[in-house]
Design a protein around this ligand. Structure first.
Ligand code: ACO
Length: 383
C-alpha cells in the first residue's frame, strides 16, 4: 500500500481540467477558439512568421532579431544530415511499418550518437534542440525513400525547412507556393499547450532523460488515433464516405455504432479550432490554383451535418480535419501526415522540455487503488 503525504485530490479521468504545469509557452481559450504561442495570436503567426522563426520564439520566449534568426536558421541547415550508421539502422526497419514507428525508433537511436548530454547545461540543451528540429524531416524523408527503394537524397542547404522537406521527399525543388503552404502548416502545428504528446515529453523530461528520449516518447504518443494519428484517419473516412450523398447515411450508421468521428472534438475547444479555419483556407487556396477534390465537398458537408447534430455538445472540427486535404494536394503520402505533424510539433515539445527543466520536479501522480484487498499467496497446487 502506498503512503503519500500529499493531499489526495479527486480522480479525474484523462486528467481533464487538472493543471499539470505552469507554462508560458502557449495559451488557449477553448470557448472563444483563440490560440496564442507565447502571446502571439496564431492567425498572425500563420500569416507573417515562418517555421524557423516560430520555433526560435517557442524555444526562447520571444521573436528573434534578424541576427538571431539568421544564426538559428544556419544552425538548423548545418545539422540536417544523418550519420550513415543511423541510415543503415533505418534500412533494417520493415518497409511496411508505419513511418511514425520508424521515426520513434530513429529518434531513440539518435540519442546513442550524441550521448551523455548534460540536460542542465543551456548550451547543450540548445544543441540538442537544433539537432532534433533539423533532423526530423531528414529521418521522415529518408525512411519514405528507402521503403520505396529510392536512393537517399541529401538535404538542400539553399532551401528553407519546409521546402527542403518536400525536396528530400521528391528529389525535386518544390513549387514555392507549395513550400509556403507547408511552412504555414508547420507553424500551425508547432505547439498546443498540454496535449497528450507534450505531456509525455514533459513526463519523460522530468526524469532528466535526454532530449532524444523525450522526443521519442512524444512521437509515440502523437501516433495514436485520438491524437495526431487522426489526420490520416480523416482521409480514410472521407474516402470511405465516397460521395456527398452518402454523408448522411454514413453518419447515421457511424453515430448508431457510437463511432468517434475523426477530426472532430477536442478536450479544450468547444468551438471550431482556429487552426482548422486556417487550414481550410489553405486547402481552398490550393484548390483554387490546382483544382478541388471531391473529398473536400464531402468534408464540408460532413462539417455542416455534424454541426447540426452535435454542435450543441461543443464538437467541431479540430486541427486534423482539414490538414490531410492540404497535405494530399501537396503530394504528401497519407501515412506521412502524422510524421509531418511531428516535424512541426518537435519545437513545442522541446520548448516544454526546457521549461520543465527550469523548475523540475519528477512527475509521479498518485492513483486510486481499486484492486484486491491484502491476501496470502496460494501455492500453485492449491489454486
Ligand atoms: N465524434 C463523435 N462524438 C464525439 C467526438 C467525435 N469525434 N468527440 C467527442 N465526442 C463526444 C463523446 O462521445 C462524448 O459524448 P457523451 O458525453 O455523450 O459520452 C463527448 O463528446 C465528450 O467526448 P470525450 O471523448 O469524453 O472527450 P475527450 O476530451 O476525452 O476527447 C478527443 C477528446 C480524444 C479529441 C475526442 O474528441 C476524439 O476522440 N476525437 C476524434 C479523434 C480526433 O480527431 N483526435 C484528434 C484531436 S486533435 C489532436 O490531438 C491533434
Amino acid at each position: 500500500m502506498e503512503t503519500n503525504t500529499e493531499p489526495q485530490l479527486p480522480y479525474m479521468p484523462g486528467l481533464a481540467g487538472v493543471p499539470a504545469a505552469e507554462s508560458k509557452v502557449c495559451d488557449i481559450d477553448g470557448q472563444k477558439g483563440i490560440l496564442f504561442y507565447r502571446g502571439y495570436p496564431i492567425e498572425e503567426l500563420a500569416e507573417k512568421s515562418t517555421f524557423e522563426e516560430t520555433s526560435y520564439m517557442l524555444l526562447y520566449g520571444q521573436l528573434p532579431t534578424k541576427e538571431q534568426l539568421d544564426g538559428f536558421t544556419h544552425e538548423l541547415v548545418h545539422h540536417r544530415r544523418l550519420k550513415y550508421k543511423l541510415i543503415d539502422l533505418m534500412k533494417t526497419l520493415p518497409e511496411t511499418g508505419h513511418p511514425m514507428d520508424a521515426l520513434a525508433a530513429a529518434v531513440g537511436a539518435l540519442g546513442m550518437f550524441y550521448p551523455h548530454i548534460n540536460v542542465m547545461d543551456a548550451a547543450q540543451r540548445h544543441g540538442a534542440c537544433v539537432r532534433l528540429i533539423a533532423k526530423l524531416p531528414t529521418i521522415v524523408a529518408a525512411f519514405h525513400r528507402m521503403r520505396r527503394g529510392d536512393r537517399d537524397v541529401l538535404p538542400n542547404d539553399k532551401l528553407n525547412h519546409a521546402a527542403n522537406f518536400l525536396y528530400m521527399l521528391n528529389e525535386q525543388e518544390p513549387d514555392p507556393f507549395h513550400a509556403k503552404i507547408l511552412d504555414t502548416c508547420l507553424v500551425l502545428h508547432a505547439e498546443h499547450s498540454m496535449n497528450a504528446s507534450t505531456f509525455s515529453a514533459r513526463v519523460t523530461g522530468s526524469s532528466l532523460a535526454d532530449s532524444y528520449a523525450v522526443v521519442a516518447s512524444a512521437v509515440g504518443t502523437l501516433s495514436g488515433p485520438l491524437h495526431g494519428g487522426a489526420n490520416e484517419d480523416v482521409l480514410d473516412m472521407l474516402q470511405e464516405i465516397g460521395t456527398v450523398e452518402n454523408v448522411i447515411p454514413w453518419l447515421d450508421k457511424a453515430q448508431a455504432a457510437k463511432r468517434k468521428i475523426p477530426g472532430f472534438g477536442h478536450r479544450e475547444y468547444k468551438v471550431k479550432d482556429p487552426r482548422a479555419k486556417i487550414l481550410q483556407r489553405l486547402a481552398e487556396q490550393l484548390f483554387a490554383r490546382y483544382g478541388s477534390t471531391p473529398l473536400y465537398d464531402i468534408a464540408v458537408k460532413l462539417e455542416s451535418v455534424m454541426e447540426e447534430r452535435v454542435g450543441s455538445k461543443g464538437i467541431y472540427p479540430n486541427v486534423d480535419f482539414y490538414s490531410g486535404l492540404v497535405y494530399q494536394k501537396l503530394g504528401i503520402p497519407m501515412d506521412l501526415f502524422t510524421p509531418v505533424f511531428a516535424i512541426a510539433r518537435v519545437s513545442g515539445w522541446l520548448a516544454h522540455w526546457m521549461e520543465q527543466l527550469e523548475n523540475n520536479r519528477i512527475f509521479r501522480p498518485s492513483q486510486v487503488y481499486v484492486g484486491a484487498p491484502p491476501r496470502s499467496y496460494t501455492s500453485i497446487d492449491r489454486r
